[in-house]
Design a protein around this ligand. Structure first.
Ligand SMILES: Cc1cc2nc3c(=O)[nH]c(=O)nc-3n(C[C@H](O)[C@H](O)[C@H](O)COP(=O)(O)OP(=O)(O)OC[C@H]3O[C@@H](n4cnc5c(N)ncnc54)[C@H](O)[C@@H]3O)c2cc1C
Ligand code: FES
Length: 366
């Protein structure tokens, strides 16, 4: 028994040391020199070899969606590398489909620039911009959720579709030695091109949310890039179901503003989930939307309403309220936002209620 344990420990020790040596060698010894990256057989630039393709593109003001900030855990930063990408890495495999493999699609945050590269990027991503802004307003919506208003100060305007997101950058701060960026859905109206609102929940020990909740103040400067994403309000007249939990409210709020701007008159129900009455927010705005949008209904539902709260609304999960309010009927759209488990269970409920798969749009926040 002891011999087996010792052997395992020795093998683990050797592999860990080798991995460490390889990383150190890659960082300090390998010199890939200057490398050329050519995009869409058109634009090209020279970069310092050895960095990830994602960071080399960012240095040259090309912003690919990268919701996890380059950690290799979102699978958003794909682009085709037709030459110079080297073999597919184990860290990419779970995010690449068969089609991706056939078309040389790779995760740009995992691939390092070690040779000249020929890459292909969707044209609309070449129009994504970085914005300089100041924090014009911060508001505590609940004890763990803040609304930030970021006013653009570099003279640019932001054009986006209701439902899309931006990537917010936090500079190094005590406890977080590197710049980090994460995705946040725009919560404001697309008509407001001089600022964006974001609704950001606190994640204990989360790098970006700790920066926002514990370090960022009104008047501070901040950078973001965008807009990104294919989750946005479609041009359609069918009934719409909106579903969000917690900070998932953000893109739905933008969608509601857009419905107001464009005087969109659709049967629309918004199921919003929270735990207790203290976790509900923006209720006055929801009342305003109910007044201004003639066929809009807001259905807040609480999963842990204490008896003494005398809560008279819906109880249980959002899916319980959906089962109660939605009859089986075809020809409707659904827009969902929140955690992966919430989205998965909501999609299941919608399919049971005869929603077509291709009419269910969502953004998973994790
Ligand atoms: C398209 C898109 C839009 C998004 N929009 C919003 C938005 O509008 N508002 C918003 O608040 N967030 C939004 N997110 C989530 C956001 O991008 C970050 O993932 C989140 O804020 C955590 O970042 P962090 O740097 O603080 O945590 P990290 O440092 O990245 O994570 C720290 C730890 O917390 C875990 N973790 C990460 N997120 C959560 C979570 N939500 N709950 C519990 N544990 C978590 C991680 O697995 C990790 O172990 C969105 C994500 C995507 C993909
Ligand atoms: S940035 Fe998230 S996987 Fe590459």
């Amino acid at each position: 028994m002891n011999t087996i344990l010792t052997t395992i420990l020795i093998i683990t020790g050797i592999t860990t040391t080798l991995a460490l040596l390889l990383t150190l060698a890659n960082t300090y010894i390998a010199d890939y020199g200057e490398r050329k990256i050519r995009i869409n057989k058109d634009k090209e630039f020279i970069v310092e070899g050895g960095n990830t393709l994602l960071s080399s593109l960012i240095e040259n003001e090309i912003y690919l969606p990268s919701a996890c900030g380059g950690k290799g855990s979102c699978g958003y930063c794909k682009c085709a590398i037709n030459e110079g990408g080297g073999p597919v890495l184990p860290t990419e495999l779970s995010y690449l489909t068969e089609d991706d493999m056939k078309n040389n699609v790779r995760l740009s945050c995992q691939v390092k620039v070690k040779a000249d590269m020929e890459i292909q990027i969707a044209e609309d991503l070449l129009n994504v911009k970085q914005f300089e802004a100041i924090v014009e307003k911060t508001e505590d919506l609940t004890s763990t959720i803040k609304l930030l208003r970021l006013k653009i100060t570099d003279g640019q305007e932001i054009e986006f579709k209701a439902g899309q997101y931006v990537q917010l950058l936090a500079p190094p701060y005590p406890g977080s030695p590197d710049e980090v960026f994460r995705a946040y859905s725009i919560a404001s109206s697309p008509n407001n091109k001089g600022y964006i609102d974001l609704i950001i929940g606190y994640v204990p020990d989360g790098l970006l949310t700790t920066y926002v909740h514990k370090h960022l103040s009104e008047g501070d400067e901040i950078l973001f890039n965008g807009p990104f994403g294919d989750f946005y309000l479609q041009d359609c007249e069918e009934d719409a179901i909106l579903v969000a939990v917690g900070t998932g409210m953000a893109p739905i709020r933008s969608i509601l503003f857009e419905m107001l701007n464009k005087k969109i008159d659709r049967n629309t129900i918004f199921f919003f989930g929270a735990k207790t009455p203290e976790d509900l927010f923006l209720l006055d705005e929801m009342t305003m939307f109910e007044k201004e949008l003639p066929r809009f209904k807001f259905v807040p539902t609480l999963s842990r309403a204490p008896e003494e709260s005398q809560w008279k609304g819906e109880e249980g999960r959002v899916t319980d309220a959906m089962m109660k309010f939605l009859e089986k009927k075809e020809g409707r759209e659904a827009y969902l936002c929140g955690s992966a488990p919430m989205i998965d269970s909501t999609v299941k409920t919608l399919v049971e209620r005869a929603f077509a798969d291709n009419k269910i749009y969502y953004d998973k926040f994790d």
